[in-house]
Design a protein around this ligand. Structure first.
Ligand code: FE2
Length: 213
């Protein structure tokens, strides 16, 4: 069932130039692959949690369908309208349609996370943010730096340092909080190790500090 919906989303995004990021620095990102990973994250973080799974998975499948090559900020609103049209054609229950459309419309307003919103929206927003963090954030930073014409390892390091502080744990549900912690730790440890390996600041060289040399 979801396979069929996913195919619809892939075809829709393709037809509206929504698969690839319109940002020339981020051509390595793929919104359909992202959508599939968000569904996997949902499986992980919602395990054992009682929630409306039908609404949750439908919203995850359709959450980014509203992306086009323009007006990124409007993608939630646009996505909700596209879903409503699809749901009507498929004869979905009205209550379910309203719930899913609401989730699609609101999912990109990250300030809502941690406020009084339905559990399903919380889980969707968490799963959405879980993707492209940790190891993928390291790759993202390096790939962007490369696109911007990096000429040294230090250029990648500088970019990572710039974004390092923007990683507060805003997750709400326990599993999501735990995974975010791990992703965040990995990123920061990678950065500390890189700083050491590049001998950016000899005083903080971890091998010296640990008495290895
Ligand atoms: Fe997304």
């Amino acid at each position: 069932m979801y396979e069929q919906y996913l195919n619809y989303v892939r075809d829709y995004l393709t037809a509206h130039n929504g698969i690839k990021s319109e940002n020339p620095e981020q051509t390595f990102r793929d919104r359909f692959e992202h959508t599939k990973r968000v569904i996997k994250w949902l499986d992980i973080i919602s395990e054992g949690i009682e929630a409306d799974r039908e609404a949750l998975y439908l919203a995850a499948v359709f959450h980014d369908i509203g992306y086009e090559d323009k007006d990124r900020k409007e993608h939630g609103k646009r996505g909700a309208a596209i879903f409503r049209e699809f749901a009507k054609k498929e004869g979905f229950d009205e209550k379910l349609t309203d719930k899913v459309a609401y989730m699609i419309e609101q999912h990109s307003d990250k300030h809502l996370l941690g406020t009084d919103i339905p559990l399903e929206l919380t889980l969707l927003m968490e799963a959405d943010q879980m993707d492209e963090e940790g190891t993928m954030r390291v790759l993202w930073d390096c790939l962007v730096t490369g696109k911007l014409g990096a000429e040294s390892y230090k250029d990648a390091y500088d970019r990572m340092m710039k974004f390092k502080s923007n990683m507060p744990n805003s997750m709400v549900t326990p599993r999501a909080r735990e995974i975010w912690e791990r992703k965040s730790r990995l990123y920061n440890e990678f950065l500390a190790q890189l700083e050491s390996d590049l001998f950016i600041n000899d005083d903080t060289n971890i091998y010296i500090k640990e008495g290895k040399i």
